[in-house]
Each structure stands twice: as C-alpha cells, then as structure tokens.
Ligand binder design. Structure first.
Ligand SMILES: [Zn+2]
Length: 106
C-alpha cells in the first residue's frame, strides 16, 4: 500500500495503527460493539475502547475484509439499523485479537 495515512489514530493519546492488522491484534483495544447507521451501510461503525479510556469509532467497512467480505461488495438488501451477517465474525476477530485464517488479507 502506498498510503502513509494510518489506519486509525487515537484522538486522546495519539497512538496510531498503521493498518487494520495492527489494529486487530492490539490487545489494548476492547470491542464495545457495532453501531448500525440509520442512513447507509457505509456509515456503520465499530466501537472500541483504547487502554487510555477513549472510545474510538472505526468504519465497519474498513474491517469487513476480516469476514472475507470485500468492502463495497454487493450487500444484502439494506435494512437500516440492522446488523449485517458479516459483522459477527469481524467482532469475533477483534475480541480475540486474531486475524482470520484464509481471509483475503490485502
Ligand atoms: Zn488512546
């Protein structure tokens, strides 16, 4: 990847994660859950709390690859505020701080 933008930066303590892999395996992050958008699936969020006590919101789409579900793939019919099926495996990876085996990690 050519980008120098970090995947995510903690707004409180400045810790940054270079890509989603670093984010997933960081044991100082605790998953709070999934927050569905009222508007469109690309605004769905996953909330995690950093060890500094700050809750961070990450675009769920950015972690969708963990469920072997490429971002932007044709979704199931969109139901506002519903939790898509691919969210559960993504949250499980974040809780275990493990990258999935066999996922397209690119
Ligand atoms: Zn922090």
């Amino acid at each position: 990847m050519a980008t120098t933008e970090p995947f995510k930066e903690c707004t409180a303590c400045g810790t940054h994660w270079g890509d989603y892999r670093e984010f997933v395996i960081d044991r100082e992050l605790r998953v709070e859950g999934f927050q569905a958008s009222h508007v469109a699936p690309e605004y769905d969020l996953i909330l995690v709390t950093h060890r500094c006590g700050t809750t961070l919101a990450v675009w769920a789409d950015a972690l969708r690859v963990l469920a072997d579900e490429p971002a932007g793939a044709a979704p199931e019919p969109y139901v506002p505020e519903a939790r898509p099926a691919w969210v559960a495996p993504v949250l499980a990876c974040l809780r275990r701080h493990e990258l999935p085996q066999g996922a397209r990690l690119s």
